[in-house]
Design a protein around this ligand. Structure first.
Ligand code: ADE
Length: 245
């Protein structure tokens, strides 16, 4: 997969050189490029923002540097059958979740446009729809100073789903949200720690019982912490008979 990120703070994306994602890049599993939006300006001050039409607080990102930057990354990909996906991180976007991470992990190119200030001139989004599949995406119902932190989170969530990135793909199956439920609690040695014992079933060696206990804990935890997830569970993928709470 190729990922392009356009930002006025390319250094913000430096953590993508570390850990699992950094290793995936080194191993050639992920081809990630970070671009400075200011490189696509033509004026002496390399300006990327201006005052909003209609008045109001703050500044708006100018259209032309964005059009230049996005055209350049689309071109770098070469001619393809499908349009690349342009993700615009925004608190006004659709909510990012594990299902969307899986969906985006199937794409061959993702472009992230990191807005700052009050946002990007809306005409850029309209123009981009001719060349990209545009998806404004929100990390959650709160406001960040810009899209960079959201991109760090999304690239990590998507990148770890690419084939070969996570050493043991089994761990992707068992983690929170992979089946719409939260993960069950986990324990390691010692079996007794500060008067707290590991649940006996986990020491029983009975794999059927252990699987049943873990499933129950997933539902119990989800009901307690995220009842909204149970409401939206797809009855087709998880039989209701499976529920124990
Ligand atoms: N930019 C600012 N706030 C954001 C949010 N909640 N999600 C994604 N991008 C953002």
């Amino acid at each position: 997969m190729r990922i392009d990120v356009v930002s006025i703070f390319p250094e913000y994306l430096a953590p993508l050189e570390l850990s699992l994602i950094g290793k995936a890049r080194q191993d050639g599993l992920l081809d990630l490029h970070v671009h400075d939006l200011r490189d696509f300006t033509t004026d002496k001050h390399r300006s990327v923002d201006d005052t909003p039409y209609g008045g109001g607080a703050g500044m708006v990102m100018k259209a032309e540097p964005w059009a230049q930057a996005l055209a350049s990354v689309a071109e770098a990909r070469g001619v393809q059958d499908s349009k690349p996906v342009l993700i615009v991180p925004s608190p006004a976007g659709e909510r990012f979740n594990q299902a969307l991470a899986y969906e985006l992990a199937e794409e061959d190119q993702l472009v992230f446009a990191c807005g700052r200030y009050e946002g990007i001139d809306e005409r850029v989004i309209e123009w981009a729809e001719e060349h990209f599949t545009v998806r404004p995406v929100s990390l959650g119902d709160y406001v960040l100073n810009g899209g960079e932190v959201a991109v760090l989170a999304m690239v990590e969530a998507i990148g770890r789903l690419l084939p070969g990135v996570v050493g043991n793909p089994e761990s992707l199956v068992e983690e929170s949200h992979s089946d719409g439920l939260l993960e069950y609690p986990v324990y390691t040695k010692p079996a007794s720690w500060r008067d707290r014992d590991v649940p006996a079933v986990l020491l029983s060696g009975n794999h059927g019982k252990i699987a049943q206990w873990r499933r129950h804990e997933q539902y119990r935890r989800t009901a307690e912490r995220r009842p909204d997830l149970l409401e939206s569970l797809d009855a087709g993928t998880l039989p209701r008979a499976d529920r124990t709470v």
